[in-house]
Write a protein that binds this ligand. Structure first.
Ligand code: ZN
Length: 593
């Protein structure tokens, strides 16, 4: 595997705002990035910034590129902060500066059991708050390791929920302290609570469902007790409540609660709702319905007379009880009931995918032809069939999906095109690549289509270029320029860049270089004001950029065989900016006579 991820400047640019990109690059250039280490697939770096402590940047990667990027600063937008940009510049430009260090696994492997225990004791001595985390971890670990598979209706020994309540409380208090001291915009509370809730999943998976319920209630009650205080720091409870509600509903439906237990849990949940002023709607509904509600029973048997109206596939966003039931049925290997329920409740994606993964390919294909309604369903089924080795069927499903509505056109089309390419199916690949391009144009797809289209190219090209022109997102300007310049469409390339700010100077320079022969006037007309405005603003740190624009102006005059005009212009410029010694010196040095 590659020792560092493949990075390009356009990739970094795409993921950051202009100001932060520039700041990050200058952080890199000023050597503010230190202690860059690589441990396996993880890069760590420290970036000096405004705070006394350096910011910590972590970058995960694999063969496919970056898998995660995080920074300890307060900037938490979807774009990257300047510290991440700066670190990635080091990775890209100075990979030799990265120190190789062992991974945690490699380090721990060098210790004996006793030494590992000493290490943990040492860590706790220095960070006493780790104690509760260790307590929770070990409680869950020893449970999951020691519990034999229980027969139905047999309650395992009850878990001690105190460490979990304490852990949740610690997270809340740590979070509040964090906000007091740092005035940060970060939200450590949500992330850590979600992790804690997620850990309980392990208990559900080994059948310790009642204990899972106890632990989840402990976490919820710790939150309920202190949330009015936490709320003052602007932390929103929605994500946590949704996660708790889903997990509790899953634990309830995975367990077989007696009717008195059902009542007992209903009143506990209602109390929690009141204390926290929130709602555990799914959990309460799952107590009411259980698995005995008549329509659930019918649906599982496959005898529900009128299948319910199909749901919108976007409901995947907030899993409802049906999805939770399907998860449980899958885990309990009750596949026929899974299929019946999914079909009856219109969960077509889950239905098709399960048929595919059970190897019931003929049924899956039949259902795909008659009942598949969205691109998302096709992609999911196609991927399942492919992983089962049914490649030609997978391709067929991809092709069918491309005629359906959906929100994943680019993803489905490029997946289908990739498969068609592997199978040497030119016709399908050509169609799929075009659909991919229409949804989200990429240079690579354009040239691949050109290669495949042969004698049909001129018609297809017209459609692709028209689609490209329609695409107004700024993020696609580079693709447009790539394609237009490659096709010799200078005026089209000029049209995309002429009004861009200097931030896009790389693109502008490329277009100018290509345009100098045919459109020297445009180059002069566009580059002159850019240089002049830098000079007018007296931004001496940008004078080298002004010089770059002036070089373009000069080449364009040369192209027009108007060297005299250039000299006059140059002379005027030197006079106008006679006091800007730095600029004068630079222009002299460049010998741009
Ligand atoms: Zn940062």
């Amino acid at each position: 595997m590659s020792k560092t991820p493949d990075l390009t400047e356009p990739l970094i640019r795409q993921n950051s705002l202009p100001e932060l990109f520039s700041k990050g690059r200058s952080d890199y250039e000023s050597g503010n990035v230190t202690a860059v280490t690589r441990r396996g697939n993880l890069l760590n770096a420290e970036v000096m910034g405004k705070a006394v402590q350096p910011y910590r940047v972590r970058v995960g990667f694999d063969e496919g590129g970056l898998t995660s990027v995080t920074c300890s600063c307060a900037y938490h937008e979807s774009e990257w902060c300047e510290h991440i940009v700066a670190t990635l510049f080091v990775v890209m430009r100075q990979p030799e500066a990265i120190q190789d260090r062992p991974t945690l696994d490699q380090l721990l492997n060098q210790l004996t059991l006793v030494q590992t225990q000493e290490l943990v004791q040492e860590l706790v001595k220095e960070n006493p708050q780790l104690m509760d985390e260790i307590d929770c971890y070990i409680t869950l670990k020893t449970k999951t390791a020691s519990t034999p598979k229980l027969s139905k209706n047999q309650r395992p020994s009850p878990i001690n929920s105190a460490p979990f309540r304490q852990q949740a409380r610690d997270i809340l208090y740590e979070g509040m302290r964090y906000f007091e001291n740092l005035d940060g915009e970060d939200d450590p509370v949500t992330e850590e609570l979600l992790d804690l809730i997620d850990n309980v999943q392990g208990l559900i998976e080994i059948g310790e469902t009642y204990n899972a319920l106890i632990v989840l209630e402990a976490i919820a009650s710790a939150c309920a007790a202190d949330w009015d205080r936490v709320e003052q720091y602007g932390i929103d409870s929605d994500d946590i409540v949704i996660a708790l509600d889903e997990a509790i509903a899953e634990a309830i439906l995975s367990d077989s609660l007696s009717s008195s237990e059902v009542e007992q849990w209903r009143s506990r949940l209602e109390t929690l709702q009141d204390e926290w002023s929130t709602e555990f709607a799914l959990s309460l509904e799952s107590l009411t319905q259980g698995w005995d509600a008549p329509d659930v029973v019918e649906a599982l048997k496959g005898t529900l007379l009128e299948p319910e109206l199909e749901e919108n596939s976007s409901s995947n966003y907030s899993p409802d009880l049906v999805l939770i039931r399907l998860k449980i049925l899958d885990r309990q290997e009750r596949y026929q009931e899974y299929l019946n329920l999914a079909k009856a409740k219109g969960k077509m994606k889950q239905y098709l995918t399960m048929l595919g993964s059970l190897g019931r390919t003929a049924e899956a294909m039949e259902a795909a032809r008659n009942q598949m309604k969205t691109m998302e369903e096709a992609l999911s089924l196609g991927q399942t069939l492919r992983s089962n080795g049914e490649v030609s069927k997978a391709l067929e499903v991809g092709g069918m999906g491309l005629k359906l509505p959906g929100n994943c056109q680019y993803e489905l089309a490029s997946w289908t095109a990739g498969l068609a390419e592997e199978l040497g199916n030119v016709e399908v690949e050509l169609e799929a690549r075009q659909l991919a391009f229409y949804d989200n144009p990429h240079t690579k797809d354009y040239f691949r289509i050109k290669e495949l289209a042969r004698e049909n190219w001129s018609k297809i090209q017209r459609d692709l270029l028209e689609a490209l022109q329609q695409y107004k997102t700024l993020g696609k300007t580079e693709v447009k320029v790539d394609i237009f310049l490659n096709e010799g469409l200078i005026d089209e390339a000029i049209a995309c860049v002429k009004d861009l700010s200097d931030y896009y100077s790389d693109l502008l320079h490329r277009v100018m270089d290509a345009a100098i022969k045919q459109r020297p006037d445009w180059v002069i007309e566009n580059a002159r004001p850019r240089a002049e405005s830098i000079l007018d603003r007296k931004k001496s740190e940008s004078y080298n950029q002004a010089i770059d624009w002036l070089k373009k102006v000069r080449s364009a005059y040369l192209q027009k065989e108007q060297l005299e005009e250039w000299r006059t212009y140059r002379q005027d410029l030197l006079q106008t900016h006679a006091r800007k010694h730095k600029f004068r010196g630079m222009l002299e040095d460049m010998r741009l006579y």
